[in-house]
Design a protein around this ligand. Structure first.
Ligand code: G3P
Length: 218
């Protein structure tokens, strides 16, 4: 499963990319606003740090505006994936941009029916928001299971399931168990994957025992 990082914080992206664990990046208007930087500037810098797909989201709501903004974003770097919302206009723009060879990430997906439409529109990625479904009492990972099962019935679909709105490591493990192609992780969740108290405890015990030997390896 590919790990994307869900942030526009370039310092976080650089730090995590050095671990070799970052296969791409997703941003959205809220994350770019939080960065305090101009969209084109921060996306260009992210694309220079991470070679994989970097999602940059349009903010127009009409298809012509999405096409104009999407083409602008796609020109920033070859690895830009243009993000459009799962609306009629968004899927209209998705079909056009995909036809031009631009990778499109269809975002704000909350149902299997929506995901089916995105695949038919030629999306490169579909972003179901599992955390936000959990937040309203629905089982977000059930949606991932549905979409993965539906897409498996149609080998001609080339849309990758990109699990988004990830809140904790269990979402990541569940997504991997279900065979999702990608999970996009807030930096804190990616870091949390490394941690287990028994690892820390076991390492401390090893080093304490080693210290008593008064030897070094090299
Ligand atoms: O960036 C897309 C998605 O991962 C954001 O989800 O719920 O953390 O805002 P959320």
């Amino acid at each position: 499963m590919k790990f994307f990082v869900d942030t526009a914080d370039i310092a976080e992206i650089r730090a995590l990319a050095e671990l070799g664990m970052v296969d791409g990046v997703t941003t959205n208007p809220s994350l770019v606003a939080k960065s305090g930087r101009k969209m084109a500037e921060v996306i260009a810098e992210i694309c220079s740090v991470v070679a994989g797909p970097v999602s940059a989201e349009v903010t127009a709501t009409d298809s012509q505006g999405m096409l104009r903004e999407g083409r602008f974003l796609a020109r920033i770097a070859p690895n830009v994936a243009v993000k459009v919302p799962l609306t009629v206009d968004g899927l209209r723009a998705c079909r056009e941009l995909s036809g031009e060879g631009t990778a499109v990430n269809v975002t704000l997906c909350f149902s299997a029916a929506q995901a089916l439409l995105a695949a038919k529109a030629g999306a490169a990625f579909i972003s179901p928001f599992v955390g936000r479904l959990d937040d309203v009492g629905q089982e977000g990972m059930d949606l991932i299971a549905e979409i993965v099962a539906i897409y498996a019935n149609y080998p001609n679909f080339r849309t990758e399931v990109l699990v988004a709105s990830v809140r904790h490591p269990i979402h990541v493990v569940q997504a991997a168990k279900l065979g999702a192609h990608v999970a996009t992780l807030p930096p804190g969740v990616l870091r949390a994957l490394f941690n287990h108290p028994l690892t820390d405890k076991g390492l401390a015990a090893f080093l304490a025992d080693w210290a008593r030997t008064n030897q070094t390896i090299a």
